[in-house]
Write a protein that binds this ligand. Sequence first.
Ligand SMILES: Cc1cc2nc3c(=O)[nH]c(=O)nc-3n(C[C@H](O)[C@H](O)[C@H](O)COP(=O)(O)OP(=O)(O)OC[C@H]3O[C@@H](n4cnc5c(N)ncnc54)[C@H](O)[C@@H]3O)c2cc1C
Length: 507
Amino acid sequence: MTSISPERIHVLNKHDVNVEGNYVLYWMIANRRLHYNPSLQYAVEIAQKLGKPLLVFEAVSTRHEYASNRIITFMTQGLLDNLEQFNAHHVRYIPWVSTPLQSGAGLLEMLAAKSCAVVTDLFPTYHPKYVLNQVKARLSVQFVAIDGNGVLPLSLGERAFPTAHSFRRHVHDHFAHHWALTPEANPIPKKHDLWIPDEMFESIIKASGVELTPFEWLWRVSQGGTIGENALSALDIDHEVSAVTAMIGGHSSAGVRLNRFMDEGLNHYHTNRNDFIKPAVSGLSPWFHFGHLSTVEVISRILEQEGWNSTFIDHSRRGSRSGWWGLSEPVETFLDQIITWRELGFNFAYYRDDHTSIDSIPDWAKKSLDLHRNDPRSNYTFEQLEAAQTDDELWNAAQRQLTRLGIIHNYLRMLWGKRILEWAPSPEQAAEWMIRLNDRWALDGRDPNSYTGIFWVLGRHDRAWGPERPIFGKIRYMSSANTARKLKVGPYLKRWAKDALQSNEFS
Ligand SMILES: Cc1cc2nc3c(=O)[nH]c(=O)nc-3n(C[C@H](O)[C@H](O)[C@H](O)COP(=O)(O)OP(=O)(O)OC[C@H]3O[C@@H](n4cnc5c(N)ncnc54)[C@H](O)[C@@H]3O)c2cc1C
């Protein structure tokens, strides 16, 4: 028996648990944290039931298309944070970064051979999804993936929801039940026998052939700057995408940012989130993406602060953007983004294999874009866009923020995409360019919500708008001129000007 809700448990092969095994292996590939981690909770429970120790192995792959200094540095900072947390909880934890000589898949097979079962994380897109498909047939012990992606289990949806409106009703129907089943804040019991003694640990490492990643190398990478660059230079990754110093990976620094948002941002979220000087946003998407922080932790903090319980719910507001929670406007607006919009993207990626393709946009959008296929366009090249060399200074500033800092201001992210649709030779090319730019440069890229955002630009999860316009047809239109009229963009243009301080110290 386990305390994890069955909808989160995905058994990936037909093997039984091997009671003769030496330990339970948790292969951490997406929920890269100790807190609010249902995969860890499940692994602890099986280990305790079998009376076996636990080995947590956090694998960072450098062998995927967008692996770069930026991503590997942020992830390595997370590894060191986890190392400290697991040491403090007396659980064996191996932080590991793949090298040209040792890949993750082969290593997993070797470590799994002497284990009772392997527990891992379910993630519905990009490399973690690919890895699970690659290795699931190759293990000879039970292999279980746990879905810790959000407040609702992905399997509950049963289909891809086309709109935020329909998904919001799904959230309202299931939230209260699943909120009562959320994973524990700290899944490691105060007293336990999960520790692997030194001698046994050494023999596991020897038998598996794993080459441990040296602590000193991890530390050097985590420093970023020249020290980090030198440490990463031997890896076959994208070195042009440099590490950012304004955002440090790991649960601890996410906590600092979360505290700041709770104190200064949340109460103004509904009115000030598009502000250019001090946007009232959490800025947490990179930490959510790498699993360093669970959205469940953030939502718990907020609901606790509000003294919320299910008696607050106004059932007459089912499906409405506000009013259902019985909370203040800023809090309800934030909950709608972090639950409805975020989990809509995860739902779509889970049920639609084509979620990274333009095939996934609705028929009305396909038809409308097709009708305007031959409309005249500016035809910038991809290289011009990547280098922020357009005639639109606001767009260039957003692109520079992306390449220098690894994120774009929330509101400008939409404008950024809409202008690429306007400039690329075709809608298909626009989708491909947005994905290439966002997945390469954004710290939170390669996420289900990267593709929600990018295909929202092309009409997914949206409706038809009038008047019909060149290139866009009935797709929602946005322009830099309108944005500049609506919002005070001056400080932003200055901060991300071509000749502005090249530092990425500012967030
Ligand atoms: C073209 C384009 C590309 C995008 N690429 C990404 C991406 O690569 N990764 C990514 O996580 N998001 C992406 N988004 C969605 C959204 O812009 C970001 O989630 C948001 O800007 C993150 O900033 P924040 O953490 O301060 O959000 P906050 O406003 O503080 O919101 C908290 C969390 O709620 C979720 N959220 C908020 N807004 C949205 C939204 N519109 N859609 C889905 N989830 C949302 C995110 O998980 C976010 O971290 C993209 C949007 C567009 C239009």
